[in-house]
Design a protein around this ligand. Sequence first.
Ligand SMILES: [Zn+2]
Length: 331
Amino acid sequence: MKPNSTPDSPFPFLIDLHTDALYEHIRGRKDITQRSDKGHLDFPRMKEGGVNGEVFAVWISPAELKPGEYCDFALKGANTFDEMCARCADTVTSVRTPGEFRQAVAAGRIAAILGVEGGHALEGRADNLDRFFERGVRVLTVTWCNSNELGDSSGDENKPHGGLSSLGRQAVRRMNELGMIVDVSHSADKTVFDILDTSLSPVIASHSGIKARRDFNRNLTDEQIRGIAGHGGVVGVVFLPYFLREPEDKATIDDVLNCIDHICQLVGPDYAGLGSDFDGFGGALPGLEDVTKMGSIGAGLRRRGFAEGDIAKIAGLNFLRVWDAVAARSG
Ligand SMILES: [Zn+2]
């Protein structure tokens, strides 16, 4: 595999497990295909930052959309995703398999993966997973901040299901069969453990903080990190200042490195990854102000004495290992 061309990123893959930039693009608030200084991420800036893999999530906003509109919004988002990748075919390829991912990167292009954030997108029907998969969706975040038909969210005090619902169990198994990656970020504690009990494939937390470093309901406990690692999954560390430390205005790239370090100390270097949540929050994290700075993570880990092989795993190989396993189990 050709090394990444950015001097700060000499690892083969630099993969970000979660951005909301696609949602902003769909809403017409930005154009990802053009360079801008708005928000955190667009294709030209990804190129500059040496980021060659990205999960673009269609966020299903329960505030901006109504029930009955969620599924259609996700499918329209898939169309927009395809259109924007096609418009930039020289630099970006939408990929649906780990093989396509590796091919796109080997050809020097950004490999773009489509995700959906919020299981309410299914409108209570597990068979909508098949429609999503058909349209290219390869990652589903089971809940957003709202509980839905699949299970309870960390952001909902009521916890109506007591974890994953029976439909949620059915959905997780169907995702295993299809080869869609299950994402536990935002899920309530019990939902995370129920997903781990149910899923036959490794799962990801695409954009999560670490509770031992910042006590917040949406962050992962050490027990959850051990559970995700025990199932061969990966935790993408979020860059959102509020999830990294209190007070949030003191958060910097060092807090991201601390979270990665924490995961590595706890379960080893095979289970940490990067999950920026770029364009999913306002402001900027000093040191990781936008996607052009992603290579600084490798440099920071190197300064902390991480081995090159481990940095390469954290930068992307861990996620690819998970996707390989998810895809291999499907069918
Ligand atoms: Zn999110």
